[in-house]
Design a binder for this molecule. Structure first.
Ligand SMILES: Nc1ncnc2c1ncn2[C@@H]1O[C@H](COP(=O)(O)OP(=O)(O)O)[C@@H](O)[C@H]1O
Ligand SMILES: [Mg+2]
Length: 195
């Protein structure tokens, strides 16, 4: 039986998933599925949530479509998206990478996208609380999950780090916790001063 290698690249928006996945797909000769783009192009968006400034997708249909691509693919598959970890069946996943970024650095990346203030803070809070890594740990064995802090490195260095992980030369480290950093407290205080 053919076993396709499947790499999930997840993380809060703005942590570098798409940039890193693009480099990685070239280096690994893998198929890169960027979920936001794929779901628009293939009609899996079922609602445009204007209030939350986000698109709602049909997770079940999108999940089956991705499952089918994985099944048929003769090359490795990289699934890139902030909900990619919820979409692909755990046993199919070879490695799950959660990209993290220091919240006080992430803020400017999100603001540059012209997200609403609410959407910027919704994402910053999710990053501060480690929402995605928490979800991933509930779905997939911890031994398959790796966190990478992209704050102080280039996208190429992040891709190199992922290749090391894939080749089995890195072990999973303790979970990052931004809550303990004084900069996080300053960031949260800056919000209460402006809103
Ligand atoms: N180490 C890094 N890894 C990945 N992206 C980085 C890194 N450092 C800076 N970036 C930048 O972060 C921004 C957000 O990247 P993007 O790939 O669009 O994120 P995402 O797909 O997670 O929303 C881009 O401008 C990218 O060039
Ligand atoms: Mg992206």
């Amino acid at each position: 039986m053919k076993i396709t290698q499947v790499f999930i690249v997840t993380g809060t928006p703005g942590t570098g998933k798409t940039t890193v996945s693009t480099i990685l797909s070239e280096r690994l000769r893998a198929r890169h599925i960027e979920l936001s783009k794929f779901s628009i192009e293939n009609g899996y968006v079922i609602e445009d949530d204007v209030e939350r400034d986000t698109k709602v997708v049909d997770m079940e249909a999108l999940g089956s479509a991705i499952g089918e691509i994985i099944e048929k693919s003769s090359s490795p598959v990289i699934v890139d998206g902030h909900y990619a970890h919820e979409l692909v069946d755990g046993p199919l996943i070879s490695r799950l990478l959660v990209l993290r970024r220091k919240p006080w650095n992430l803020k400017s990346v999100l603001e540059a996208r012209h997200y609403s203030n609410e959407k910027v803070w919704e994402n910053l809070e999710a990053e501060i609380m480690g929402v995605i890594i928490g979800e991933a740990l509930e779905l997939i064995p911890g031994s398959k999950i790796f966190e990478i802090d992209t704050s102080n490195q280039t996208s190429g260095e992040t891709a190199d780090q992922i290749i090391e992980i894939i080749e089995g030369n890195a072990s999973s480290k303790p979970i990052l916790d931004w809550v303990t950093y004084p900069e996080t407290m300053e960031l949260l205080l800056s919000r209460s001063c402006t809103s």
